[in-house]
Write a protein that binds this ligand. Structure first.
Ligand code: ASP
Length: 333
């Protein structure tokens, strides 16, 4: 049956309110995107949501948006604040190194057109979120890794610098005394930044940047730079971002899952809860020693956040107010 005829028939038989994409699932033509795009309510635009207590990063992103800047610039500028913050132990300069003492950074960015760029395991470059953006905009690829990513960054004018600070070096030397490698996440204290923004035009972009797990095996990469893991954005539906033990996020493709659940009609909050449920309800999974936290926003500007354990929080800029809000969590015992 031809698409137009089918839709016509659907409306006369009382299915007129069904969206184009759901009608198309019943015919043999390729699936179309959902054409019934929901507009963001004017009151909530612009807005920003980011993992952890990231007041300054969110404020910086919000300023970009309030001046009429786009969501992509906002998330990039916001994430750069944390990358430059030497006190943050798991992002950018001052991030804790791998077990050999090398700081390696992972980052990704996704725009409202569904384009994506990422860098993995990059040494000596602080603003990897901006390198990820260059990968997205200036190459035919989506990911660059290690030395190749570093060389690309230098060719694009980024400066090489030592990312190991005196404080992170001392912490690593202390860790080396015992070299106990437990790939778990300290529940209260990590600060990978995942950020989602909606600009005044109602478009959504997202970014995520991290130094990954402290004292990780050299070469280890977590969820943060992986599309659908640490970040996913679909401008017609919403976006999601993750923090915590990346291995568990990746096994459940967490951020993609949340966006797809929102596409099916779940609220951002319920979608985050279900994504955490997929991790903790696996048979035999002992989730007591690791944390995962999600944030999400939908096209209407509704937000959600959920984690396995207490102490996850997020910053939300909405209606011109920037607040740090404790997330609800699964493990209440
Ligand atoms: N998700 C990051 C990773 O697994 C770590 C973090 O959120 O702190 O690399």
């Amino acid at each position: 049956m031809k698409r137009r005829n089918f839709i016509k028939k659907a409306s006369v038989t009382g299915l007129g309110l069904v969206t184009v994409s759901s009608v198309l699932t019943h015919c043999d033509e390729p699936l179309a995107r959902n054409k019934k795009v929901i507009a963001v309510a004017d009151g909530v635009k612009p807005m920003v949501i980011a993992t952890w207590k990231t007041d300054l990063a969110v404020e910086t992103a919000a300023k970009v948006l309030e001046k009429g800047g786009n969501a992509l610039d906002a998330v990039e500028q916001g994430c750069r604040i944390e990358e430059a913050n030497e006190k943050g132990k798991s992002v950018g300069k001052g991030g804790l190194p791998d077990r050999d003492g090398n700081v390696t950074l992972d980052a990704c960015i996704m725009n409202d057109k569904g384009d994506y760029g990422a860098v993995l395991g990059v040494k000596n470059i602080k603003h990897v979120i901006s390198v990820a953006r260059k990968v997205m905009e200036d190459t035919p690829h989506v990911m660059l890794v290690g030395d190749g990513a570093e060389q690309f960054a230098v060719a694009k004018g980024f400066k090489r610098e030592n990312l190991l600070t005196e404080a992170s070096k001392k912490a690593w030397q202390k860790w080396k005394e015992k070299s106990e490698y437990k790939p778990i996440i300290n529940i209260e204290n990590h600060d990978t930044i995942g950020m989602l923004a909606i600009d005044k035009k109602g478009n959504i972009s997202g970014a995520c940047t991290t130094s990954g797990l402290a004292y990780k095996m050299p070469g280890r990469v977590g969820d943060s730079p992986i599309i659908g893991g640490g970040l996913f954005v679909d401008n017609e539906v919403g976006g999601a971002s993750a923090t915590g033990l990346g291995e568990e996020v990746l096994k459940t493709v967490g951020s993609f899952l949340i966006v797809e659940l929102m596409r099916q009609g779940k609220s951002p909050q319920k979608a985050c809860e279900e994504a955490i449920g997929r991790i903790v309800n696996k048979p035999g999974k002992d989730f007591r020693n690791f944390q995962v936290g999600y944030i999400a926003v939908n096209k209407k500007g509704e937000t959600g956040a959920y984690s396995i354990h207490k102490y996850f929080s997020y910053n939300l800029y909405k209606n011109k107010e920037n607040k740090n809000i404790p997330s609800d969590f699964y493990n209440k015992v």
